[in-house]
Ligand binder design. Structure first.
Ligand SMILES: Cc1ncc(C[n+]2csc(CCOP(=O)(O)OP(=O)(O)O)c2C)c(N)n1
Length: 638
């Protein structure tokens, strides 16, 4: 406890000298981080927050490395890409927070799930402030841990304020520990300023958790003695409250205890302090001498995605004439065989087989550990996928409908997408997205929402239009170590048949397919748009290139360019509305890169910029299909 305290005191000085950026103080809260970490086994994962320096020091991370991280140095854990405690390290089994506070609670569930499936008997500890307990993520994570019986130690550090918000404005129950009852979780209240109580009680709790594999909720009562971050001060804190907690300082309390029991004498204490001072000063000098990151745009871009090392398997010659749903079902089965660490999660996907029956039979074949029904909590389940990846498992998360991904948006765009760039941790998660209109399902069961994710670096987006592509691309997406949003158009599920190769094969991402060749126009599209065009070509013999993009990130710019160069006229067709769409982005790429080949303005065609209406006539009016021929004629005549 002395070491993190003394590091902080030094940091406050450096902050005033402008030699480090923000500082979130944990002064007065050290007993919790230190006590919990010392009660954990070194191989067990801990997911700390911004005031838990004691977790990092108790895991014996070299101080120069920590200091380098805080100074944005090349040798820090994030190579200058993220600040303060926003990093993880597999070497020390620590997974740091993202700013959004709550998602890591679900990540802890995922790590604990991996441990449970592997039968390691290990527990996982995760921290949150009392402010963070108001986020949906907290409730979702507790519920999942309880329903799935995951050995997660949920540690609430109740330090009186969330930024300036006192507990009375944060929650209305007496103690946050009461929340455990609502989720069927045992809970405890522990004096967070008493290291002996923390260590002894948490050791006993963990011992039990490792045996019975159940989550436990602990509320540590403590107090935040400094401002939310150093610049923001503590004006709003009544002085008598501050004094009350100063008297209960965990470090001086323990010093007093050790001295009074003659476990430690004053000389030893002074020597410890001197050793710490020397260590801190020495490592600070090392960190200050370290270089800032030397980088370039190409180095930064190369680190957004984890490299894929898997091999390519060509498709067998034996085939079956099947639908998209059958091909996807096949792919899931092949993937479960190929990757023994793959876990599949989603609502109603186990016994029921999923609402579209794509996971039917998987649970019977691969067991309940690997094929898991989830409660209705998209955010927690995406976070669980992240946790599984940290612990070495692949996962596929089925959104019941692509529309519901909005409830899991935050961990996708902030956790999964940024993880490899931030600290080199892959997010090996595929999110299956049954999407699309034309099925009379209205505004919340029909969206083609790929554009929501298209602007976020770190995500891959795949959108097949045929059964054989769907199988090979899903297998590739699962083999790929990066987060992939895999769109499956519901209207194509049962309407399109194709000869699909048996067995395992994977198709590369970022390679478009040229489905029809011609010289007059290039039509660039994906998903249902491909079939609208194929239908039109059956009744109208028009000399055009039809390009099925198959994946949107990575995007096959070379094929787009080659076709536009040949035809000089282009239509980018999408089922999405046009404003801010992938189609608009492709159109601007063509405008910039292919201008000299163009004989007409780049045309776009998409749906109306309205929510998707339910009634058939309205839905038809919403979709762009009826305008396709007119627009192509206009382009031909231009
Ligand atoms: C989703 C989200 N909303 C708001 C914030 C801004 N914010 C950062 S920390 C914080 C207070 C957190 O309070 P608490 O969870 O009690 O932790 P403490 O800082 O007291 O340790 C707030 C409001 C954020 N980081 N993320």
């Amino acid at each position: 406890m002395l070491l993190p305290r003394m590091i902080e005191e030094k940091m406050l000085i450096l902050l005033r000298q402008g030699r480090i950026s923000k500082w979130f103080s944990g002064i007065g809260q050290e007993a919790i981080a230190v006590g919990v970490t010392m009660a954990m086994e070194t191989e067990e994962y801990i997911l700390p927050m911004h005031r838990n320096l004691g977790v990092f020091t108790s895991r014996n991370i070299p101080l120069w490395k920590l200091f380098s991280q805080w100074q944005g140095k090349a040798d820090g854990f994030t190579k200058g890409r993220d600040r303060s405690f926003h990093f993880g390290t597999q070497d020390y089994r620590i997974v740091g927070m993202i700013s959004h506070l709550g998602p890591q609670l679900g990540v802890a569930d995922g790590i604990a799930l991996a441990q449970k499936i592997k039968g390691t008997g290990m527990a996982t500890a995760v921290f949150t402030g009392e402010g963070g307990t108001s986020e949906g993520d907290f409730h979702e994570a507790l519920n999942v841990a309880s329903v799935w019986e995951l050995p997660v130690l949920f540690c609430i550090e109740n330090n009186g304020y969330g930024l300036s918000t006192p507990t009375s404005e944060q929650y209305a129950c007496k103690d946050l520990a009461e929340r455990g009852v609502g989720y069927g979780i045992t809970s405890h209240i522990i004096d967070g300023n008493n290291i002996v109580e923390v260590y002894v009680k948490i050791s006993a709790i963990l011992e039990q958790m490792r045996k019975d594999s159940k989550p436990v909720l602990v509320e540590f009562k403590t107090f935040r003695r400094r401002g939310h971050e150093e610049a923001s001060g503590t004006k709003y804190v009544p002085s008598d409250l501050m004094e009350y907690w100063e008297e209960r300082d965990p470090v001086s309390r323990f010093e007093h205890y050790l001295l009074s029991k003659n476990i430690l004498n004053p000389d030893q204490l002074a020597a410890m302090k001197q050793d710490n001072t020397d260590l801190i000063n020495r490592d600070l000098d090392i960190a200050f001498a370290k270089a800032l990151p030397e980088s370039s745009p190409s180095i930064e871009l190369a680190d957004v995605y984890a490299p894929s090392h898997h091999s390519r398997t060509v498709a067998s010659l034996s085939t079956q004439n099947i639908r998209m749903v059958d091909a996807l079902k096949d792919a899931m089965d092949e993937a479960m065989e190929k990757h023994p660490d793959l876990v599949v999660m989603g609502q109603d996907i186990a016994d029921y087989g999923g609402v579209f029956k794509i996971t039917e039979g998987l649970m019977e074949k691969y067991g309940r550990d690997r094929v898991r029904n989830t409660p209705i909590c998209e955010s927690a389940i995406v976070s669980v996928g992240m946790g599984l990846s940290i612990a070495g498992n692949k996962s596929v998360v089925e959104m019941q409908f692509a529309d519901f991904v909005s409830s899991g948006f935050n961990p996708i765009v902030n956790y999964l997408a940024k993880s490899h760039y931030r600290w080199g941790q892959q997010a090996d998660v595929v999110i299956r997205m049954p999407c699309g209109a034309g099925v009379g399902a209205g505004p919340f069961h029909s969206q083609s929402n790929e554009a929501w994710f298209y602007t976020v670096p770190g995500l891959k987006i795949v959108y097949p239009a045929f059964p054989s592509d769907a199988k090979g691309l899903l297998l590739e997406s699962i083999a790929d170590p990066n987060p992939v949003l895999f769109f499956e158009h519901k209207a194509l599920y049962r309407s399109i048949y194709q000869e699909v190769p048996d067995g395992y094969y994977n198709l590369p991402l970022g390679q478009a397919a040229l489905l029809h060749e011609g010289k007059d126009i290039s039509v660039i599209t994906y998903g249902a748009g491909v079939h609208w065009m194929l239908n039109l070509l059956q009744e109208w013999n028009i000399d055009l290139d039809l390009i099925d993009l198959r994946s949107l990130v990575p995007l096959d710019k070379a094929s787009i360019k080659a076709s536009v160069k040949k035809t000089g006229k282009v239509l980018v067709l999408t089922e999405d509305g046009l404003t801010g769409s992938v189609a608009s982005d492709i159109a601007s790429f063509i405008g910039e890169e292919c201008f000299e080949f163009l004989d007409a303005p780049v045309m776009r065609l998409g749906s109306l910029d309205t929510p998707i209406p339910f009634e058939k006539g309205l839905e038809n009016q919403y979709l762009p299909i009826d305008h396709l021929k007119t627009l192509l004629k206009k382009l031909l005549d231009y």
